[in-house]
Write a protein of this length. Structure first.
Ligand code: PGA
Length: 254
């Protein structure tokens, strides 16, 4: 049985904003961003949880720039399923925890495109929860499946393994692949239907975040959509000024 006592997803209903920096940034830009976003969070007591996910090499710099009781949480963009071993170039969940992270994004479509399977994502999720971290498990349909109205069928296949994980120990991010980095988003009715379906499959206590071309102009509408507990933000999260504006906006939505 995995220990979920240190997992955070089930603790609150405040919206979660995750800044996924992908393979962007530098040591100094990451440290400056973490400090600036944390300062904004401390000064504006808005009810929002923010998770910053820079590349592995910059997690320590991000952590070092934050005070002891920082409101900004850190997350990694991946980890390995095994505890340790001969896996050159890989990073274990316990190492991610050592860096001071509380979250790990797993199964992002950009990683699935490199060969990561549903079984890999489930194995990594188990390792992550066992290490005391909260996985953010990414799912979403491609453009062809969206056009054929196969979204729910695709989601059912991707989330079925998550039923083996304790409810409240993880978050799901619904990210239609065609919406990522494209400037396109589904209709809010489609986002609501996907989120409600995921919650009905996994339990209503499962936080479900939306990701894919989230920006300041559409964040409020998305966060107010039924079943949306937060947002996974890529490109629009890269500038601290934009992120600060999105944090201020998210504070009033739930
Ligand atoms: P985007 O990326 O906001 O740039 O579309 C989101 C993601 O891939 O997590």
């Amino acid at each position: 049985m995995v220990d979920v006592s240190s997992c955070r997803c089930h603790e609150s209903s405040m919206p979660i904003l995750i800044a996924n920096w992908k393979m962007h940034g530098s040591r100094s830009s990451v440290a400056e961003y973490a400090f600036a976003v944390n300062t904004a969070l401390e000064m504006a007591p808005v009810e929002v949880e923010v998770v910053f996910c820079p590349s592995f090499p910059y997690l320590a710099a991000a952590k070092a720039s934050l005070p002891q009781n920082a409101r900004l949480k850190l997350g990694a963009q991946n980890c390995h399923a095994e505890k340790e071993g001969a896996f050159t170039g890989e990073v274990a969940a316990s190492m991610v925890r050592d860096w001071g992270c509380e979250y790990v994004i797993l199964g992002h479509s950009e990683r699935r495109a490199m060969g990561e399977t549903d079984a890999d994502v489930l194995a990594k999720a188990k390792a992550t929860i066992a290490a005391g971290l909260t996985p953010v498990l990414c799912v979403g349909e491609g453009e062809k499946d969206y056009e054929k109205s196969h979204t729910i069928k695709v989601l059912d296949g991707q989330v079925s393994g998550f039923k083996k994980l304790p409810e409240g120990s993880y978050c799901v991010a619904y990210e239609p692949i065609w919406a990522i980095g494209s400037g396109k988003t589904p209709k809010t009715s489609e986002i609501a239907a996907a989120h409600q379906h995921i919650k009905s499959a996994l339990g209503s206590g499962t936080p479900v975040l939306y990701g894919g071309s989230v920006k300041l102009a559409n964040l409020k509408e998305i966060l107010k959509t039924e079943g949306v507990d937060g947002a996974l933000i890529g490109g629009a999260s890269l500038k601290s000024e934009d992120m600060k504006a999105m944090i201020a906006m998210a504070g009033g939505t739930h």
